[in-house]
Ligand binder design. Structure first.
Ligand SMILES: [Ca+2]
Length: 345
């Protein structure tokens, strides 16, 4: 099954966001990237139907028939009587989403808009070092967090930056889906390109939304992707659990992928998380499986039986990745093409 995502740029995007309508569509007739230029937009004042006049297709009809899990799926309905297009209207881009067999798409962000979708993400602003003596300050400036050219860009700079009276030597970006996107079990994947350099630490991970079993790491942490900018062929996949710090435990795997430089190309990083098992995927292939963990405050499979949310961040320095080398080049960019969440059919 193919799903196509449609993103509207310019005023149409804002309009669409106003109605919280769908960014995901089924295209029965086209399976590759679609580009439509719109001349006008009308609506029935409901989220169910929005009509577009375009150059290639007279109208586009968003329909709730396939609505599921907060996503409206849509059908492109070509109508006759196309009118000529004179103006440079907003551009709609669609790209194919291939859903893995046995799963259905329940949430995604293709990062194809003009700005971060705050219905899905919160930008985290802090200078606390993440508990790892990290050197960055996370800001909400576009310099550090933005969406452009179909990508989420988390960009770190070597610069003295301050917020609320605290200054750090580097600035960077961090976002999370807490209270916007939270799931118990599923397949969580992102397509991303990682930054290079000693002391650069991009991560895609999950945290418990309600700390039911206690503070970190008693309620768990799922590190889907961790990477050191100085080891460009190596991935870390880890679970944190046990008790509250310092009684926390962790278990995971470090895997070297000979001949692969994760800073050169985009790859798909993910996990499949189900009751009693977490499997790590690289480009759809399993490279790490974890089944054993404990919780001081709950029966197995606690703590990994509660809703978790997603986090993307680009940390600089700290205990995991070590010191930043003078030769490390800035800005460093963590580029994310998309993130998709699937659940079992
Ligand atoms: Ca994208």
């Amino acid at each position: 099954m193919y799903l196509s995502e449609i993103r509207l740029r310019g005023s149409a995007f804002d309009y669409c966001m106003t109605f919280d309508c769908c960014m995901t569509a089924v295209s029965p007739s086209k399976s590759s990237a679609l580009h439509y230029q719109y001349e006008s937009i009308t609506t029935t004042k409901t989220p169910e139907q929005i009509f577009f006049t375009s150059k290639e297709t007279s109208f586009m009809h968003f329909h709730p028939r396939w609505a599921s899990c907060g996503l409206f799926l849509a059908v492109l309905i070509p109508l006759s009587g196309s009118s000529p297009v004179k103006s440079q209207g907003p551009v709609v881009e669609a790209q194919k989403v291939q859903v893995p067999d046995g799963w259905e798409l329940v949430w995604n962000d293709e990062f194809n808009g003009k700005q971060l979708d705050f219905s899905k993400w919160e930008i985290e602003v802090n200078a606390f070092g993440g508990g790892n003596q990290e050197l960055q300050i996370y800001t909400d400036r576009e310099k550090n967090v933005r969406v452009e050219d179909g990508l989420l860009v988390l960009e770190a700079w070597r610069e003295r930056t301050g917020i609320a009276g605290t200054e750090r030597d580097y600035s960077s970006g961090r976002i999370r889906s807490k209270r916007r996107g939270e799931w118990k079990y599923g397949r969580f994947e992102t397509r991303a390109k990682l930054p290079i350099g000693q002391g650069i630490w991009p991560a895609f991970w999950m945290l418990p939304s309600d700390e039911k079993y206690g503070t970190w790491a008693a309620s768990g942490e799922i590190d889907i992707l961790e990477f050191k900018g100085q080891e460009t062929d190596t991935l870390w996949g880890t679970l944190h659990f046990g008790g509250a710090w310092p009684r926390n435990k962790f278990q995971g795997k470090t895997q070297k992928f000979e001949g692969t430089d994760f800073t050169k190309d985009f790859h798909v990083y993910g996990v499949e998380w189900e009751e009693g098992e977490v499997r790590w995927l690289l480009d759809g292939k399993v490279w790490n499986v974890q089944k054993e963990w404990t919780s001081e405050n709950g029966e197995y499979p606690a703590p990994f039986n509660q809703p978790f949310h997603l986090v993307f961040n680009l940390a600089i320095g700290g205990g995991f990745v070590g010191e930043v080398a003078p030769s490390t080049e800035f800005p460093a960019k963590f580029l994310v093409d998309w993130v998709r969440v699937y659940q079992k059919k």
